[in-house]
Design a protein. Sequence first.
Length: 354
Amino acid sequence: MPNYPLPPQDILERIRLGLMIPAHPLALNKFRKLDERRQKVLTRYYLEAGCGGLAIGVHTTQFAIHKPEVGLYRPVLELAASTISQHNKKLKNTVVAIAGICGKTRQATAEARLARELGYHAGLLSPAAFRKESESQLLDHCQKVAEIIPLFGFYLQPAVGGRVLSYVFWRKFLEIPNVVGIKIAPFNRYQTVDVVRALADSGRHREICLYTGNDDHIVLDLLTTYQFGKIKIQIKGGLLGHWAFWTKKAVAIFNRIRKIRESGQKIPQEMLTLAAAITDCNSAVFDATHNFAGCLPGIHQILYQQGLLTNIYCLDPRETLSPGQKEEIVRVYHLYRHLADDDFVRENLSRWLS
């Protein structure tokens, strides 16, 4: 019987409570090389905004960093781990560190070993390399990686490299002993319910926490209570690219949602209005009009406007804003100024840069 490692108990308890976890972008200089100074600035921004965790090496960090010829996976994970460790020691706090894991089994297990060596608490396992294989082959892959590091499942939408996965897949995935969470990001209500129902039927709903990755449905995912027979389940946390910008305000919104859930009060109408506003912002920044082609440079555009980044570059020069996307970002920036955290960035940027 394989040994399936678990995170430390205090980390496991925090994950199960549900955390606010931004997906960390990649800062590049004018030569499209890693800008270590700005990368650390971003990490400090998220940590001081009050996030409960950070996800590094995920889609928002650009999957290309996992390619051996790019050679950025280790440097990016090391830089984040070091910055998080300094923060934890200073504040006597523990920010949960999640490492993105990609590729076929040989690559994924090597990345899992590295992430564990660097102190990451769990791996967010991308299914992107298994788009044509059977679900049973993908499950076998997941089990092999789980023998090295605790797992976050990842339902990644097809538009950015994922695949449709059945209820049966998720039901079997949930039998892996050290699954600690699932990021649900199909951008699809039916497929979201498949995962929630699988958790209810697995009997592990007290052990495993669901996290929304549905950037088009953030607030409503977090406010909804699902019920299957006598079992009630909530998506308690989020692991989101959308939380990579305007993060201070996003933390405040997440904390407010948590209070509403814990109190059992009726959902205020204003929260439904807020949900629609956040979806509108996401549509512009993530470039929904062009099937999310500009989602990463869209995030970079906001961070650039705030001074956190010096450009909006991606590793692939072809990956840039879509026609009309910049104008859409300007529209939502002006329309929803109350969702932006420009003042927080302005007050702290020079210190983060020092």
